[in-house]
Design a protein around this ligand. Structure first.
Ligand code: SF4
Length: 355
């Protein structure tokens, strides 16, 4: 069976022609899929029932997902969902809303999507990393997370404005399905989101960074650095193994040179581990002069055994970077009371189901 949500517009053109239908049927199909949330092929009312039957007999389907759990922050700006796909796969996805700027009527609505179930990268401070790797998500399962929130937002006259690939999993370790999902979500005949509204975050799959630089898609890239030297980085990201910090910085420079888009370095600040003045100064040494932007993410307090530094320490770390000429921001906190570490919600729900 092939899910219609993995079919690119050009492939949809070929499909309708193969089924003996005029090309405009492809646009009708795409419009219904991306703007009307059909649950099954018989919900595609714009196309004749003979074509619906032909789609079914040719092995096409519409996959569905159900909400197993939903948590919303007290201020209502952050919603975290646990979604279950038809094959019982469970993944987390998060919507973060930011107040509208003066000239906009709608808030910025960013969906944080997952690309894998579990993660092979094993970052020691991450609940998903501690879960091990289960499977790569298919493009349609990545798309489904965005469409699920799009449908919720549509009911209140809002829409998804941005995507960050920062949920469960390493997107560049599931490269082909991630790129297919991005093509579907940005194609003007499909979901139509602006390419520049998308950020892919990687913990450092260098071959993937180089490949991404060659794609004809204008997404932003964030690299999770977390440490300025290999000894410390390997403690936090054990799979960093073959790639040094220097290799990563070189990959970011190549990406910038090729695409003209600056790379953001994400840095999870962990109390007593990578938050000292000395470490900040080392970070300045490796990043200064190349226009790098660093986004500090005070560690989520719920991630196993690690804690976030005091606010004063975070600001002192930021100041050292700024004084050293490195552009640096601290990530805006969204719904911290529900922002259990990425992967935590799934882990907790599974424990409740099995115990
Ligand atoms: S932080 Fe990201 S890359 Fe590292 S284990 Fe967690 S999900 Fe994977």
């Amino acid at each position: 069976m092939t899910d219609l949500y993995r079919v690119l517009p050009e492939e949809m053109d070929n499909l309708v022609i193969k089924l003996g239908q005029p090309r405009y049927r492809a646009d009708q199909l795409l419009h219904a899929l991306y703007h009307e949330s059909p649950k099954k092929i018989s919900d595609l009312h714009q196309i004749p029932s003979t074509m619906q039957d032909a789609l079914v007999t040719s092995g096409y389907t519409i996959g569905t997902q159900s909400e197993v759990h939903r948590i919303t922050s007290e201020d209502g700006h952050t919603t975290k969902l646990l979604l279950k796909f038809d094959d019982d796969t469970l993944i987390e996805t998060v919507l973060m809303q930011y107040s509208p700027s003066q000239d906009k009527t709608h808030p910025r609505s960013t969906v944080c999507v997952s690309t894998q179930v579990g993660c092979p990268m094993g970052c020691v401070f991450c609940a998903t990393g501690q879960m091990g790797f289960e499977k790569n998500l298919k493009a349609e399962e990545i798309v489904a997370q965005v469409l699920h929130f799009a449908s919720l937002l549509r009911q209140r006259g809002e829409h998804v404005t941005n995507l960050v690939f920062m949920g469960m999993g390493e997107p560049l370790a599931n490269y082909d399905e991630t790129i297919r999902a991005i093509r579907l979500l940005t194609h003007p005949r499909a979901f139509g989101l602006g390419q520049r509204s998308i950020t892919i975050s990687t913990v450092g799959v260098i071959a993937g960074i180089d490949k991404l630089a060659d794609e004809d898609i204008q997404v932003k890239l964030a690299i999770s650095l977390h440490a300025p030297n290999d000894v410390l980085r390997k403690k936090l990201v054990p799979t960093a193994g073959p790639h040094s910090v220097e290799d990563l910085i070189s990959a970011a420079k190549r990406y910038f040179k090729k695409t003209g888009r600056r790379v953001t370095f994400e840095y999870a600040l962990i109390d007593g581990i990578n938050d000292s003045n000395k470490v900040a100064e080392e970070l300045v040494q490796i990043l200064k002069g190349n226009g790098a932007h660093v986004n500090l993410i005070p560690m989520n307090p719920t991630a196993g055994g690690f804690s976030r530094p005091a606010r004063k320490r975070v600001l002192a770390f930021q100041q050292i970077l700024r004084d050293g000429g490195v552009n640096c921001t601290v990530r805006v906190e969204k719904g911290s009371e529900i922002a259990a570490a990425c992967g935590q919600l799934r882990t907790d729900v599974i424990k409740n189901i099995t115990h």
